[in-house]
Design a protein around this ligand. Structure first.
Ligand SMILES: [Zn+2]
Length: 348
């Protein structure tokens, strides 16, 4: 297997650094989340102005209400926000109860999450599944080195809403592999929503938007970034508690094909170990940094006990290649209709 093209640029330079972060001012709590459900008075103007930048955003921008310019739009929006906060609280409580019971599988697509992915005797599914690939959910600064890594919050919200309205349901990658093994079922239109590297906007922006539909994501985190930022680590812990899947994106995001065997094992097995220990969740999936892998790297990932691995190779994920799972890169310029059209095509 030839290596994937190096089509994932290096980490965007505008991530918050640890010295800017400082320790959290207080112990973070999952109950803080509803306080972040504050929408700006004028969503669109706010989005255009790009006031809230990655890393400094304390305001979670909500998708615009479907109604426009009705006199009661502001009040209605407040009600929607309050309702969403209540739903999130309910979801968090349910997740906590499930975790307490040792019932780890909580990532279930669909609003309401009524269908639990418990062990189901089923024919092994042969479905190919789209795995969306995102990086930052933020406005790209004018001087961004890699503007293609940014999807604006309003764009992301529209994409999620459109997927939902078109019948898609976000599922965990674990559920996809379970279905391929005949141990779970999939909805008619499953989609896995993955985020690479670990940015504040995953927790602050993407998670609340996805929570409107009861959806969880797959966060591929590289340990060094979390280790350097107590705030980011706290955010990723909250996502894990809320039922997001955490995947390993290595320790230091190197080109794994250039390492010797000991370094490779460190990056692949070592990152799984530290993430499991620090986050208290299974870390069942690996994501090749910069999309770089070869047979030796794949063998190291299998040896470390992962169930599968995601690449930056374009396409749908197939049960025939669990350690070379293809993904669909989503850009800001992709309209929701174009995204769905791509997911319905033979080759996205
Ligand atoms: Zn990466």
């Amino acid at each position: 297997m030839s290596a994937a093209p190096p089509n994932e640029p290096p980490r965007a330079p505008d991530i918050p650094q640890s010295h800017e972060d400082g320790p959290p001012s207080q112990e973070p709590s999952i109950w803080d989340v509803p306080d972040r459900f504050r929408a700006p008075d004028d969503w669109d103007a706010h989005a255009k102005a790009g006031e809230a930048q990655e890393g400094t955003d304390t305001v979670v921008r909500r998708p615009p209400a479907r109604t426009t310019s009705a006199p009661s739009a502001g009040r209605r929006r407040l009600l929607i926000i309050a309702g969403a906060a209540v739903l999130l609280l309910a979801a968090v409580t349910a997740t906590a109860v499930a975790l307490t019971r040792g019932d780890g599988e909580t990532a279930v697509g669909g609003a309401g999450g009524a269908t639990q992915a418990t062990a189901v005797a089923a024919e092994p599914s042969r479905a190919v599944v789209p795995i969306l690939m995102y990086h930052l959910i933020a406005d790209a600064p004018a001087d961004a080195a890699y503007p293609e890594l940014y999807v604006r919050p309003a764009t992301f919200a529209r994409q999620m809403r459109y997927l939902h309205d078109e019948g898609y349901q976000a599922v965990s990658l674990g559920r996809v592999l379970d279905a391929w093994a005949g141990e779970a079922t999939l909805p008619d239109r499953p989609v896995v929503i993955s985020f690479d590297d670990g940015y504040p906007s995953h927790y602050l922006v993407a998670a609340p938007i996805m929570q409107e539909y009861g959806w969880k994501g797959l966060l591929n985190a590289d340990w060094k970034v979390l280790d350097e930022s107590p705030r980011l680590l706290a955010q990723v812990r909250l996502l894990a508690v809320a039922g997001w899947e955490i995947g390993s994106h290595s320790l230091t995001h190197p080109d794994l094909t250039t390492l010797d065997a000991a370094q490779l094992k460190d990056e692949v097995a070592g990152s799984r170990e530290v993430l499991r220990e620090q986050l208290g969740v299974p870390v069942d999936f690996f994501c090749y940094p910069a999309g770089r892998y070869d047979d030796e790297v794949v063998a190291a990932v299998e040896a470390a006990g992962y169930r599968g691995a995601t690449t930056t190779d374009r396409g749908f994920a197939s049960r025939d290649e669990p350690f070379r799972l293809k993904r669909v890169r989503v850009s800001d310029g992709l309209s929701p209709a174009q995204l769905v059209a791509a997911l319905r095509s033979d080759s996205p």
